[in-house]
Design a protein around this ligand. Structure first.
Ligand SMILES: NC(=O)C1=CN([C@@H]2O[C@H](COP(=O)(O)OP(=O)(O)OC[C@H]3O[C@@H](n4cnc5c(N)ncnc54)[C@H](O)[C@@H]3O)[C@@H](O)[C@H]2O)C=CC1
Ligand SMILES: NCC(=O)COP(=O)(O)O
Length: 334
């Protein structure tokens, strides 16, 4: 896949004090073994040279990356700079990660890059500089003109795909945030994403309950009866293949996973724990519902191991490969 027919991908470095720069460099090093298409890194090149002594070439435009990719890691240098040491995040680093995200998304929206793959950012650091989105998912959606209700944060591994209805909010707020309309919208976005990004013509979506045992017919909580079942009925009435509400504790074993293409879960950990337990090395975060392709590795900044040459590049490699596959599927679908 060394040179994809649809152009290079833009990879934002994420927080410069995290493991993003290291895993981007390691992906370039392992580009043949990982079967990666050409990509360009976006960020402060010093965050890469802090942790890697391989060849870097500064480029101005993703389209120059094809000519460079065989012999050096192409990097688009951003104006924001950070002298952060690995493992020591700061507000400068937060500005840097936001700028690299903004530029990578802009280059993809303009068509200069075929897809955007985002490196891990620290939400705590971003919130501290006034970032008002729950995560990168909602930020990218806004930049693409898509409302946050109409995107879906999918975590995808080889044997399981999940989508949380609610993303980054306090657990105590989840039940109040759920509504039939929100579940329907996430379900619809997920089903369409399975068709457009994954090439699954007639997907099956399994929807979880919120309460233990999916509420035991209303005896252990009313959300299944009053909120989730009406959403399932509405999606079925549109012709989608939807099952549930399923007790969340019994919908992720192998036989259960074989019965659906994606699981729609009610909150963050319900969706992310099974994917990370099964696929920490190759799980990919894919944003569905966008006019562009955006993926990310399923892990975070890992400040605890940054700069120690311990970061595993396989999740980022999986995210880069999946971005290329989704871009190709989109070309066929459209
Ligand atoms: N897509 C994104 O931008 C994401 C960002 N985050 C952010 O990351 C920060 C840290 O979050 P945590 O919950 O600690 O999760 P984390 O994924 O950063 O780290 C969890 C554990 O896994 C290890 N780990 C993570 N990635 C690894 C890799 N590639 N190779 C080897 N070991 C790895 C870490 O060393 C740590 O022990 C938070 O501020 C959060 O906001 C978290 C998840 C996704
Ligand atoms: N836990 C997943 C995560 O934090 C990714 O969120 P996003 O920044 O991609 O929206």
């Amino acid at each position: 896949m060394a040179h994809a027919p649809f152009g290079p991908l833009a990879v934002s470095l994420g927080d410069p004090a995290g493991i993003g720069p290291e895993v981007v460099a390691k992906c370039w090093d392992g580009r043949d073994g990982f079967n990666l298409p050409a990509f360009v890194a976006i960020g402060d090149p010093r965050s890469i040279t802090n942790v890697w002594d391989g060849p870097i070439e500064i480029v101005e435009d993703p389209r120059q990356a094809d000519a460079v990719f065989d012999h050096a890691l192409p990097v688009i240098q951003i104006a924001a700079a950070s002298a952060d040491a690995p493992g020591q995040p700061s507000v400068h680093g937060a500005h840097c990660s936001l700028d690299s995200l903004e530029i990578a998304v802009g280059l993809t929206r303009s068509g200069s890059a075929a897809a955007v793959v985002t490196g891990p950012v620290s939400k705590e650091q971003l919130y501290s500089i006034g970032f008002s989105h729950p995560g990168q998912t909602e930020f990218v959606a806004e930049r693409c003109g898509v409302g946050s209700g109409n995107v879906a944060m999918m975590l995808a591994g080889p044997t399981l795909r999940t989508v949380p209805v609610t993303t980054h909010l306090p657990l105590a707020d989840v039940a109040q945030r759920l509504s039939p309309g929100l579940i329907e919208a996430r379900g619809r976005t997920t089903l369409r994403g399975l068709q457009r990004n994954f090439g699954i013509a007639n997907p099956v979506l399994a929807i979880s309950g919120l309460n233990p045992h999916a509420g035991e017919g209303g005896m252990l909580g009313r959300e299944e009866v009053e909120i989730i079942e009406p959403a399932i009925a509405a999606l079925r009435a549109e012709g989608w293949r939807v099952t549930g509400p399923h007790p969340a504790d019994t919908m992720f074993h192998a036989a259960a996973r074989a019965r659906y293409d994606a699981a729609l879960c009610m909150y963050h950990d319900q969706a992310l724990i099974p994917v990370k337990a099964l696929h920490f090395e190759d799980g990919v975060n894919v944003t569905l519902g966008l006019p562009i392709i955006r993926t990310a590795p399923d892990h975070g900044t890992a400040f605890d191991i940054a700069g120690q040459d311990r970061a595993d590049p396989r999740p980022l490699a999986a995210a880069i490969r999946m971005a290329a596959i989704c871009a190709a599927n989109r070309e066929v679908a459209e």
